[in-house]
Design a protein around this ligand. Sequence first.
Ligand code: MEV
Length: 456
Amino acid sequence: MICLCDSKNQFVHSLFFIFNTSFFSMNKTINGFYKLTKEQKIDWLAQHFYQNTEGRDLGFLQSFQHPDAEFQRIFDGFSENTIANFPMPYGIAPNFLINNKVYAVPMVIEESSVVAAASSGAKYWSERGGFHAEVLGTVKVGQVHFTWSGEGDILRGCFEETKKVLIAESEHITANMTQRGGGILGIELIDFTDQEADYYQLRCTFETCDSMGANFINSVLEQFGQTLEWFLAEKTGIEPVVVMCILSNFTPNCLVRAWVECDIEDFHHEEAAFYAEKFRRAVRIARIDPYRAVTHNKGIMNGIDAVVLATANDFRAIEACAHAFAARDGQYRSLSDCTIENGRFKFWIDMPLALGTVGGLTSLHPLARLSLDILGKPSAAELMQVVAVVGLAQNFAAVRSLVTTGIQKGHMKMHLTNILNHLAATEGEATAAQQYFDNKTVSFTAVRTFLDSVRT
Ligand code: MEV
């Protein structure tokens, strides 16, 4: 060890410091945490990582356990190392008229105003013909990435035969899905050797019916990988190396379009044309400028994620795909678009949505099951339409607020409830605060000052 200390004392002190800090931080690591019971996990956490500054020990986690042990067992089974449940508000946005059918839409979201805005957008359009939606495609994608050191022409020359063998060898996995009307749609060989030596890809497409299909696709792909290795070795004498087999969450052809349209005069506003044009321009700005586009799309995802979560679909997959899709022409743009032509206002969204209504957590999570029941047990295609519509309604409500009153007025009213809860306001104090702030600006400090004055 090289010592830069100028005295023996300092050297000893440094050694002590190094030992001490590594001893204590080592002391915070643990092997086999997953083997502890839930209670032991909480105790360990309390000892090593929890400062009981608010006079509250971790015993309060107990109140977040589900009182029904069977439900709790199901929740714990979703993940690992669970110590409690993390509640999120489960709300309903009513009055969604979609393709002439009325839906009440379950939403799971922690941000105030989102459900209120979706509901207001839904009501507004239910009086103007409702929403329209159409599924444009349901194609899912998966990839086998592999290297092969032979001549590309040899690979291409035997690809039709390779494809047949890949399909035949995976029949034990695809049989059920094929019976349900789905299965493998296509397998394409893509040559990337100009960018990475020997790198090829099987880009495969699938129809997975009402399931999101991740397990099905990954199982088929892994089988493809194994088959590819022995078949090409036998056929060409050169064995490929499979790098990885995995679905792609970029599903631009699993696409739904949702739209609303009406004559400008149907807005029933004396300055309808002015506001409609302002609205169109706001959407146009989000198509031109990525800084605005990200916020605009975040507003859309407020609605989309909330329904995706309420139906226990994979919101990370939906998010990842949405943003890649928003940048598909090389620039990140708004997912929605708007035109005004001959006095007619049209506002629409094209959304890639790889959703499922069977399998995964959709039937395991009791509230996801309830959400699907409330939605009338939709097929995956119908759910795609509902989710895209909620995204559009959310976007409509946000942009309408932005180009008229601004969002803070409504937002802070809802936020007031959160602040009051945070400051432990009683029911009486909350009612007084709501009256007081009816025509005033809400801020954390203003609410605290108000409560202090009421309390003294
Ligand atoms: C806030 O969660 C979402 C908005 O910022 C969206 C938008 O600006 O369009 C209001």
